[in-house]
Design a protein around this ligand. Sequence first.
Ligand code: ADP
Ligand code: MG
Length: 265
Amino acid sequence: MKKEILKVENISKCYKTKKHLFSKQDEHVAVKGVSFTLHDGEVLGIVGESGCGKSTLVKSIIRMIEPDGGRIELFGKDFMSLKASDLKRARRNIRMIFQDPYSSLNPRMTVFDIIAEPLLIERKYNKEEITQKVRETMKRVGLDLGFSNRYPHEFSGGQRQRIVIARAIITDPKIVICDEPVSALDVSIQAKVLNLLNDLKELLGISYIFISHDLEVVRHIADRVIVMKDGEFVEEGSCDEVFESPANSYTKELLASIPHIEVHP
Ligand code: ADP
Ligand code: MG
């Protein structure tokens, strides 16, 4: 068995919202105590309908939002108790790619600055090293070096997602969490971006947590898959097991809603 690089135990998150200043507080438990492990070199898919808590789960894992409870171990070390400065340092190893490349790219920054920013934050590289690293990363994700001084709005959705990917991999992370990374893209572009993620995995030895509401996309890229419903995991197994012979009735329903996958009762 490959090494466990991320261990998530019993993570939960409840959102407390108020409609008006004096109205009663609403509570919604978006993630209900879930646990899983990510192994070295693995692509772990998490599927489930919109609103089932996928984004809340992964944002909690990197502590973009603080989970209410649970344990997270990253490379054998407790990730939950890290203080702000250590958390910043640890995050170079666990990076995130979001669905919408429009809102995840600062429109006033050039492509070069967007991709370089995570290195600048680390304050340990000089100008030449940064330039070198940005160029190398742009080439890796298939971006023309001539684009360096352009702005995000000048690019297509697929190219913008390549910029997002470059920014994620420039710190040489071991884990990249992809939250619906191709959902906003045209179908013809989706395959290209998925292939790029696959190539980068081999080349750089990255492990992915790959989130999507689209089962076809997950089937294409994941080794193992978890099915999530209403904040809980209802099924987990290898892609072949889950897609060929799902055990859970909800998984069967999800699969049955895709026209060209045949599900045997
Ligand atoms: P998914 O990524 O699977 O679509 P989310 O994690 O975004 O699901 O949302 C899970 C649930 O939590 C949804 O019911 C959503 O409305 C709710 N939710 C998400 N973010 C917030 C928030 N910041 N405040 C209150 N409720 C939220
Ligand atoms: Mg989401």
